[in-house]
Ligand binder design. Structure first.
Ligand code: ADP
Ligand code: MG
Length: 294
């Protein structure tokens, strides 16, 4: 078995009457690239913040590098980019990178770090004058400054344009290829799909699925096939039916197969529409709740 770098055991975290995490048990093994996927409010940030020692659990235990995440010695082995970062606006980019690097005995090379995150041209710029995307790149770069074994990236590409997003994905892949362990969150299936091998689907504070990307794609890759039919045909592979006026929505993981079946029944239908459901809708299907018509 590979070493476990981070672990939660039956962790619950509440904020007043809100249960952000509900008895979550999760192991992160050395060398993994784990995606935490879930809609807004699912509990992803809370989980990352607990791992990184930025929050404490209400109950249950969190372990980081074999000890407590509150121990500064353990925290030196990790890098974190929280979802919200407040970087000092008066500091220059280079100063900020140096400040963070100074906290780590084995910090990465300054120039290399700046290059890797496309920050070399911004070294002398004050953080307060950067664009949102530039600030985000800096915040993500800082997670790697201390040459960590394990990084937590919470919605790392928020506010980045396509090119910057792909450059950041490359940086994450390089870190992972060199043996680094990564936990990243996203509410975009596309981002998790681009990076993660293992996907932990989180909804309403609970782990709904913990599986390979291939398996999860089948679960959340739900399509909505909409037709006007006299009555709802009984078809294989339908995981949800909604009627809206004279329109019938059929939810399925395999829209092609469903349309073939529909044609074979000979039922007169019109106005065929096929479109992917949102991640939120897919979650409602996974959790067995009634999806609302979009
Ligand atoms: P995600 O990152 O998946 O969007 P969060 O972990 O941020 O989810 O939030 C999970 C739940 O906990 C949400 O209902 C959110 O409103 C609530 N929550 C998170 N942080 C706080 C906080 N500091 N105070 C009160 N409620 C919070
Ligand atoms: Mg979040």
């Amino acid at each position: 078995m590979t070493e476990i770098l981070a672990r939660t055991v039956e962790v619950t975290r509440t904020y007043g009457s809100v249960t952000a995490l509900d008895r979550v048990s999760l192991d992160i093994h050395a060398g993994e690239l784990v995606g935490l996927l879930g809609p807004n409010g699912a509990g992803k940030s809370t989980l990352v913040n607990l791992f990184a020692g930025l929050r404490r659990p209400t109950s249950g235990t969190v372990e980081l590098l074999g000890g407590s995440p509150l121990d500064p010695a353990r925290r030196r082995g990790i890098g974190v980019t929280p979802q919200e970062t407040g970087l000092p606006p008066a500091l220059r980019v280079g100063e900020c990178v140096d400040f963070v690097r100074a906290h780590f005995p084995g910090a990465v090379d300054r120039g290399e770090l700046l290059d890797r995150f496309g920050l070399a041209d911004l070294v002398k710029r004050q953080i307060g004058g950067l664009s949102g995307g530039q600030k985000r790149r800096l915040a993500v770069a800082l997670a790697f400054a201390g040459n960590p074994r394990l990084v937590f990236l919470d919605e790392p590409t928020t506010g980045l344009d396509v090119e910057a997003r792909h450059a950041l994905w490359d940086a994450v892949r390089d870190f992972h290829a060199a043996g680094g362990t990564v936990v990243l969150t996203s509410h975009y299936l596309e981002e998790i799909e681009a990076l993660a091998k293992r996907v932990v689907v989180i909804g309403e504070g609970r782990v709904l699925t913990d599986d390979t990307m291939e398996a999860v794609r089948g679960l959340v890759g739900v399509h909505r096939v909409t037709v006007t039919v006299p009555e709802t045909p009984d078809l294989p592979g339908v995981i949800g039916v909604e009627r809206e006026g004279d329109r019938t929505h059929l939810l399925t993981a395999d829209a092609d197969a469903l349309v073939r079946e529909l044609v074979l029944t000979g039922v007169p239908f019109s106005g065929l529409e096929v479109r992917p459901t949102s991640l939120e809708e897919a979650f409602l299907v996974i959790t067995g709740r009634e999806p609302q018509p979009a």
